[in-house]
Design a protein around this ligand. Structure first.
Ligand code: UDP
Length: 409
């Protein structure tokens, strides 16, 4: 199939470096990995993303079968993703021109604004559109309230898109419930999780000595709950340490307001000497970092999917995870780690202490995590699930076209 992916703010080319910043995270990784896995299965993929640098070529080959198309929409520089909505009409016009010249069999939009650009470009050509939201504005608004900087129209646009596209792909069961609450019938939605590169993230032997090491890997934004893990450290024995990967590049750590907030918390909790900030870590260095940890903590207030716990599991490490969003599906409580309530440092500390006190059990959970990552979440398997959906919506297109023109199916 010829598959057009649209990922307006998250370029797959940024997925090997530059992650961990405020707007660069799981979507970059997921779009890249999905495109590569689909190309491996024999499909032809073009990923359309907004041009953020005037020097990049319009089309860049990422791998055999995968091309990145830099779409001119708005100024050719990095912009916060919440400022991109005004450029989506221009983005849509560019997509329409590309697709008229070379008609894809299916369009897969990632994030709400991509759907907003993709749907009007694809509809007149009769190309089916599949939508993955990656995050829902309704959830973000509920959790962030006045701090939510999403454009005002986001929730309404997401509802309209979910009702109009050919299929919504939810990355976890919780997202289906959220969509139902928005009035979207569950039949419109298929759960297809994100995956993990089980060839890159591999398990291996643990560090033999040193303190009990807890790792978090996360963009440093308040909703990720890094503050909860810092508070939990105060309840663990003094030989436990916390390593925090993510945020700005290491040279920018001292200028980052969220790092300053977290450092203040660590000082007032009396654990500053046991908490270290690495800044953004390249994807290539992450497997060793996961393997050097005794446990990985991931306790966001909410999480649409969450690649980090899967990466930790693939590296054979037990995960202490908030039982929210995708983490409720990926982490199996008592088997691959522990579920904890959100915002509860005591529960995080208790779960970490259980792992610290029983290293054999922790290792067993790590092995179970590796098995689960391999059998359920390898990208080849996840790509095959996408393929099924693409095939189904493409096969249904003639019927849909005749429906919209009023002729009998
Ligand atoms: N990541 C990274 N380096 C960092 C911090 C994060 O490579 O310093 C990667 C991490 O390995 C994961 C992604 O960024 O693949 C984060 O995805 P996740 O779904 O966990 O969270 P998001 O950032 O999308 O909210």
């Amino acid at each position: 199939m010829r598959i057009a992916m649209v990922s307006e703010h998250a370029s797959p080319l940024a997925a090997s470096s530059g992650l961990g910043g405020v707007d660069a995270g799981g979507q970059n990784v997921a779009v890249r990995a999905l495109a590569l896995a689909l190309a491996d299965a024999g499909h032809e993929i073009v990923v359309h993303t907004r041009r953020t640098d005037p020097r990049t070529a319009r089309r860049v080959a990422l791998a055999p079968g995968v091309t990145v198309d830099h779409v001119d929409a708005g100024p050719a520089r990095e912009l916060p993703k919440d400022d991109l909505v005004e450029h989506m009409a221009a983005f849509s016009d560019e997509l329409a021109a590309s697709w008229r010249a070379e008609r894809p069999d299916v369009v897969h939009a990632h994030f709400w604004m991509s759907g907003m650009a993709a749907l009007p470009a694809a509809r007149p050509l009769g190309v089916p559109v599949v939508q993955t939201f990656h995050a829902l504005g309704s959830v973000k608004r509920r959790h962030q309230g006045a701090d939510d900087t999403s454009p005002a129209e986001r929730v309404a646009v997401e509802s309209d898109l979910a009702a109009s596209v050919d299929r919504v792909l939810a990355t976890c069961r919780d997202e289906v419930d959220e969509l139902v609450a928005l009035g979207i019938p569950a039949e419109r939605t298929t759960v297809v999780p994100c995956g993990v590169d089980v060839g890159h993230f591999t398990s291996g032997s643990a560090r033999r000595d040193g303190p009990f090491r807890v790792l978090t890997v996360s963009r440093l934004v308040p909703r990720k709950g890094v503050d909860t893990v810092i508070a939990a450290m105060a309840r663990l024995p003094r030989d436990a340490e916390l390593v925090i990967a993510g945020g700005p590049r290491p040279e920018g750590l001292d200028d980052d307001p969220e790092v300053a907030r977290l450092r203040t918390l660590a000082r007032s909790a009396g654990v500053a000497d046991r908490v270290s900030f690495l800044g953004a870590v390249g994807h290539d260095a992450l497997p060793a970092l996961y393997r050097d940890a005794d446990a990985v903590a991931c306790v966001p207030a909410y999480e649409p999917f969450g690649l980090v716990p899967l990466e930790a599991m693939a590296c054979g490490r037990p995960v202490v995870a908030a039982a929210v969003g995708g983490l409720a599906d990926t982490v199996v409580d008592g088997v691959t780690g522990h579920h904890v309530p959100t915002g509860d440092p005591g529960a995080v500390a208790a779960a970490l202490e259980r792992l610290r006190a029983d290293p054999r059990r922790a290792r067993r959970m790590g092995r179970a995590g590796r098995r689960r990552a391999e059998t359920e979440y390898g990208w080849d398997r996840v790509a095959a699930s996408h393929e099924q959906v693409y095939g189904a919506v493409a096969a249904a297109v003639p019927a849909l076209t005749s429906l919209t023109t009023g002729s009998p199916a």
